[in-house]
Structure formats: C-alpha cells, structure tokens
Design a protein. Structure first.
Length: 391
C-alpha cells in the first residue's frame, strides 16, 4: 500500500470539500466524484497533510493511535482519493491549479454536477403522472402584483412572412425529423452564423478581438463547437471540430456515429433521426485568464445559452428543426473529443434536422407512442451512456 512506502509523500487532495448533511459529515472529492461519510477525526488527519509529508512523520501527532492503525487509515484515504501521492515536497499534481482562483465555488459546482444519471421513460403511465401531480403541485408559471396600478400596453403587430418576429415565434424544440439529408451548404450557414468569426475589433491592450453573432463576457468567446454529422450531404459521419476563425471543419475521427450519439445523449431516442449534433465545450482559460473570480464561471454558462439560442433561431430561419439538451454523458463525450474535461469541458448540446412533412414541432408528450426498436424498447429504459460513466 502507498502508506507503507517510506519514500512516498502524501498530501491532502486540493479538490476536497466537507459539509454537514443532517447529522453526517461528508467528505467530497469533486474531482474524482468520491463522496464518503466520516467522523471529524478524519478532518484532523487530513489537516496534517496540508503540505506533502511522509506517513511516518504524523505518528507523533496522533499519539492516541497505533502506527499500524494510522498506516491502515492513510492507505484507505489514498484509495478514496482524499489523500494523494506527490513526488517532491513542493510539487503539485492537481489538474485544477490552472483554475485555483475559481475553486472551490465554481469548480465544485462544475465537476460535482457532471455525469448525472438519467432515466428515460418510453411510456409514462397517465395514472403515474396524475399521482405525481397530486403529490407535487406545479409552481406558478407567472408572477403578478394584485392590487397594484397597472398599464395596458398597445397590442403587438407581427410583421409578415420572413420577419424576425416570425422567426422568434416559430422557434421550438423539435423531437421528430424528416428522413432527408441536410445540405452541406445549410450546415455551413448555420455554423457560421452561430459560431463563426464575423469581424475583429482592435483594442489598445488586448489586440484584435474576434466578434461573433452572440455576446460574450469580455469578448472571450470560450465556447467551441464539435459537429457530428449523421445525415449531411457530402460529409461522412464522424467527429469534426469547427474552426470558427477559418470557417472549416477539422476531422477528428470518422465512422458510424448513430449508436454512439444515443449514448452521448443518454438514451434520448427522439434525437436519433437528427441530421447533425453539435457538442459545445467551454475553454475555461480564455475567461479565467482575464477574470480570476469565481463569479466569472456564470458568464461561461451565459455564453453557452447565448450561442445556443442563436443556433436555434438561425436553424428556424433556415426552415430546419433545431433542438438543444443539457442531458448528456459528459465524460464519454469528452474522451471521444479528446479534451481533458477540466481546462476544456462539455457544457451544452444542440442539434438540427430536416423538418418532417407535417412541419410541426412536437411537444414531449406527443412522442409517447413512438418506440425504439433497439435496446431502449423496454419500459423505463435507462441511459447506459451516462450511468456507465457516472461518478
């Protein structure tokens, strides 16, 4: 065991937080996902390893315990990732060092919410839904101030066909798609108007900053787009990175992707007929370099929302069927994209397809009669892609 090696130095994990949950003290390593219950004595032991130390160096600090029991407990703390081995006294093996000023507030939230488990119901029982509604009344959709003076606004006139207002009113999340292929020219237009660099602006200190169609905090533009074409004319299936400054697709891998996308999207089978899926990552260092306080993490999330809405509106304007989802298998996608999941990490998913002949966006409940013919055809199919990679 690591603790038995005289030359090994141990140090407390830098991604460790502690909190009370009812009457239990929780130790949570948000980098590894390990979450355990332990006594306050564990905190006293971990406190001794704020800097790298050899296990035998702390024996005198814990006179109530035998050297053997200390050694055994240290080995267990290493196996649970609460302690980690380090080479030299001043070295650091933490991958989170580059974001240390965002820790623990932003990094804890980001990493602790990755690889969630999802349960996809193929057919929801009406009685089950009614029971859920009885036991869990919906919160109000609208807020008002009764008794306050109010002003009636003039009626809004919607311009004719092709207007921006019509695009806004026509935006919906689609869950059913036509069988045709998406033209490469349409995908090109969609990517450029959503992520492409449209111009540059000169600044005195920061040089030329890229401009895009969506706002970005400090013009840092941390969101990258990785495209998985499933049915795009002239574009083989695979994974491509969209180079926004050169408006081109860089091929990372080729091969059939339909079943893989099902795993990526945690069993959301209604998206399997989409023409292309776009995985959005965030390159955090672009924002962290300028904004060292953890609130800046919010701007990354806002940026993802900005660009995704631009994507959905542009697709609507092009007469296509867009969708977006936050249910995805973080680590599985990151491995296939070749990103580390810390400096660059999955943050959002969008996609697009050809509209079906009836040309109507479908509400979630309207797809219940549709069944998958493969592994998710059983009731209550689980999202194997997420569960296999959840912490």
């Amino acid at each position: 065991m690591p603790a038995k090696s005289g030359g090994v130095r141990l140090q407390r994990s830098p991604s460790l937080v502690c909190y009370w949950e009812d009457d239990r003290l929780i130790f949570h390593n948000y980098r590894t996902g390990v979450r355990i219950t332990a006594s306050p004595a564990c905190a006293a032991i971990l406190d001794l390893f704020d800097s790298p130390r050899k296990p035998r160096e702390i024996v005198s600090a814990l006179p109530r315990f035998s050297p053997h029991s200390i050694e055994r407990n240290l080995a267990q703390l290493v196996s649970l990732s609460l302690l980690q081995e380090t080479g030299e006294p001043n070295s650091s093996s933490s991958e989170l060092d580059a974001l240390r000023n965002w820790s623990p507030a932003a990094t804890f939230f980001h990493l602790a919410t990755k690889d969630a488990k999802y349960h996809i119901e193929v057919a929801e029982s009406p009685e089950r839904l009614r029971r859920f509604m009885r036991e869990n009344p919906q919160p109000a959709f609208f807020k008002s101030y009764p008794g306050r003076e109010s002003v009636d606004l003039p009626p809004v006139e919607i311009p004719g066909e092709g207007s921006f207002a019509e695009v806004l009113l026509g935006r919906r999340t689609w869950r059913q798609f036509g069988g045709g292929k998406l033209a490469l020219a349409a995908l090109s237009r969609l990517l450029y108007l959503s992520w492409g660099v449209t111009d540059y602006v000169g600044t005195e200190f920061l040089g030329r900053l890229p401009l895009k169609t969506s706002p970005s905090g400090g013009a840092r533009h941390p969101i990258e787009a990785y495209v998985v074409p499933l049915r795009v004319e002239g574009l083989p299936e695979g994974i491509y990175h969209y180079a926004s400054d050169r408006h081109r697709l860089e091929c990372l891998r080729t091969g059939p992707m339909k079943r893989r996308v099902q795993q990526y999207l945690c069993g959301q089978y209604w998206y399997e007929d989409a023409a292309a899926v776009v995985f959005m990552t965030a390159v955090f260092d672009r924002v962290y370099w300028k904004y060292r306080f953890p609130r800046a993490y919010r701007t990354v999330l806002l940026d993802a929302g900005h660009v995704c809405q631009t994507f959905c509106l542009t697709a609507t304007w092009l007469g296509l069927a867009p969708f977006c989802t936050a249910a995805f298998a973080d680590s599985l996608i990151e491995r296939d994209l070749g990103v580390d999941g810390i400096g660059e990490s999955m943050i959002y998913v969008a996609g697009v397809g050809v509209r079906p002949r009836n040309s109507r966006a479908l509400e979630p409940g309207s797809i219940r009669s549709r069944r998958r013919s493969r592994e998710s055809s059983t009731k209550g199919a689980s999202a194997s892609g997420c569960e296999a990679n959840s912490r």
